[in-house]
Design a protein around this ligand. Structure first.
Ligand code: ARG
Length: 577
């Protein structure tokens, strides 16, 4: 139930009735945060200037037309030509009734599209760190949102299972699988070896040459290289799988389609790009020059897709991957979740693919870039010795902090209960504190804020949910047993209703822009309005049964929307806390 859309349709009808050309329809828009009124119509001034008529007069005419409809209680004009709308109680209550009887809260299903969501996608041979958090959880919200809207979502974990790190690690073991297997390194150890070999790569030419050769050999299916490579990937995936599970992220092993998968398509693709005169050979390398992007010297930017020693690069793989996603997987929309530093990389891939005809008109490509997580001194969030913080450590710390708080708040809870709650609350706090930030901007990580039971935090919203849950439980009534219509006598009840009816607007906006923070803000506001309502007016103890029932229905709807909203954010609700 998208009330904004319903009202917009009425406005469009009125405007057309007035004989205003259709092309002006998109100039009119509704805002829900109007200072005066529940909704405000904007853009009339703009049209009146174009049509050379007085804005106030035009507003009056629109109001006259709108008055033929029955959704409003009051409408007025504020200068120079905004129309403020106060919605009618009965209209709102009818819309709410429709929601209460519908399992998907009257949110319309969309025509299904194939949507590929490329998220998390960590590089192998190391443990996931705090830098992987944003892609993993923001991408997951998008996958859940699009699925809820009826799309055919393909989650893709484009793991970094190819590239120079493997050449170095394999070189470290001198290409000897037996030697590798006798040590049988853990992932932690593999990561240490990777760091050591990276230093060797930078400092010793012989080692550098060997590493490069190992990568070429790997590319050519050398048995020893493949065995070492497989073991490293197996160990990394196993480690990551646990993190996804703990984080309540929907990525499973079946969603892995890593970089190595595309190697098989690359030789042909390079031939094709050469024959189309898109790629050229230059000093032994194969390069694509792009007029659209200039390099530092102001010349067309060159993107190398094959090195002198035949190694492929990150960009080469992404090109082959994009082609595969469009041509073979028949994607309608592809969304990448990586940090802002990959903006140029993806821009290049997009331009080259357009030139090569790899993306069709009907497929859209989007980069939902995100900012960095910083510590209080505004530097990248790292450990004291400058290392990236492991995601596992961050999760552990949050759960422990949650445990301490829960123990203080509920000294009578047994250990099992405390453990269960602290896991859910600790994880939710990490996720919410990230998801509630604007995607594109950097933010400062703050433990104190995260686990607070007040303000815009997960525990606050979860706590509101438990309050409503206990009200409903106390009433001993099932939804079907609650008779009578919803009546909205109090201003706060109207405010709550409008918020409830805005849920679909929010979901639709996320589906377009991939910006979960608006759902967080929404849920926080909804929870705050409910708390005000609950603190001011009795619900189960209302004197009249009809009022009690109406308020119970509002409470049920609030709890269902909070539950669904948190579920889309990948956050669990609790019955007590
Ligand atoms: N593995 C990359 C990284 O850690 C992210 C991959 C994103 N997806 C892609 N198709 N390039 O930065």
């Amino acid at each position: 139930m998208n009330i904004k859309q319903r009202i917009s349709e009425k406005i469009q009808k009125s405007i057309l009735n007035l004989g205003i050309p259709t092309k002006y329809l998109n100039k009119i828009y509704l805002t829900s945060h109007a200072k005066i009124g529940h909704y405000q119509i904007n853009g009339i001034v703009n049209i009146s200037q174009k049509l050379k008529i007085n804005a106030l007069k035009l507003s009056e005419k629109i109001i006259k037309e709108l008055k033929k409809e029955n959704f409003y209680n009051k409408m007025n004009i504020s200068s120079p030509g905004f129309i403020n709308i106060f919605l009618k109680q009965e209209w709102l209550s009818n819309k709410l009734e429709e929601l209460i009887t519908c399992s998907r809260l009257k949110i319309s299903k969309q025509e299904p599209k194939k949507i590929i969501i490329d998220y998390s996608s960590p590089n192998m041979a190391k443990e996931m760190h705090v830098g992987h958090l944003r892609s993993t959880i923001i991408g997951d919200v998008m996958a859940r949102t699009m699925e809820f809207l009826n799309h055919n979502v393909m989650r893709v974990n484009h793991i970094g299972d190819w590239g120079s790190q493997f050449g170095m690690i394999i070189a470290y073991f001198k290409k000897d699988y037996k030697n590798y297997k006798s040590i049988n390194p853990s992932l932690k150890k593999i990561e240490t070896i990777y760091q050591k070999s990276k230093k060797m790569y930078e400092n010793y030419q012989l080692f550098k040459d060997l590493s490069k050769k190992c990568l070429v050999d790997l590319q050519n299916n050398d048995k020893n290289c493949i065995s070492i490579w497989k073991d490293i990937i197996h160990k990394t995936i196993k480690n990551n799988e646990q993190i996804y599970q703990t984080l309540n992220v929907t990525l499973k092993n079946k969603h892995i389609l890593g970089e190595s998968f595309y190697i098989r398509f690359i030789p042909n693709m390079i031939e094709e790009l050469k024959s189309k005169n898109i790629a050229t050979q230059h000093q032994g390398k194969i390069i694509i020059y792009l007029n659209e992007i200039k390099n530092k010297k102001g010349k067309p930017m060159g993107v190398t897709i094959q090195k002198k020693d035949t190694r492929f690069l990150y960009s080469t793989i992404d090109l082959a991957c994009l082609k595969y996603r469009v041509k073979e997987l028949k994607a309608d929309r592809i969304i990448y979740y990586t940090d802002t530093r990959q903006k140029q990389h993806l821009q290049q891939i997009k331009i080259i693919s357009e030139k090569a005809g790899y993306i069709s008109k009907k497929c859209t490509l989007e980069h939902h870039a995100f900012g960095m997580i910083l510590s209080k001194d505004k530097r990248p969030f790292k450990t004291r010795d400058g290392k990236l913080i492991k995601l596992k450590k961050l999760i552990e710390k949050s759960i422990n902090k949650a445990k301490t708080i829960i123990k203080i708040k509920n000294p009578h809870f047994n250990n099992k209960k405390i453990l269960k709650l602290s896991k859910i609350i600790g994880i939710s706090a990490i996720k919410y504190s990230d998801l509630s930030r604007k995607r594109e901007t950097n933010y400062i990580f703050d433990w104190k804020n995260m686990l607070s039971f007040d303000g815009n935090t997960a525990p606050y919203i979860q706590y509101t949910y438990t309050r409503i849950y206990s009200i409903i439980k106390k009433s001993k009534l099932k939804t079907e047993q609650i008779k009578g219509k919803i009546v909205l006598n109090k201003e706060i009840e109207i405010k709550l209703s409008i918020k409830l009816l805005q849920f679909e607007e929010i979901i639709l906006e996320i589906s377009k822009k991939g910006n979960p923070h608006i759902l967080c803000t929404y849920l926080f506001k909804l929870a705050s309005i409910f708390c005000k309502f609950y603190e001011k007016y009795p619900i189960i103890f209302a004197k009249k049964i009809s009022i009690r029932n109406s308020r119970l229905k509002l409470s049920i709807l609030t709890s269902r929307i909070i539950k669904k909203g948190l579920n889309i954010l990948g956050i669990q609700t609790l019955k007590y806390m």
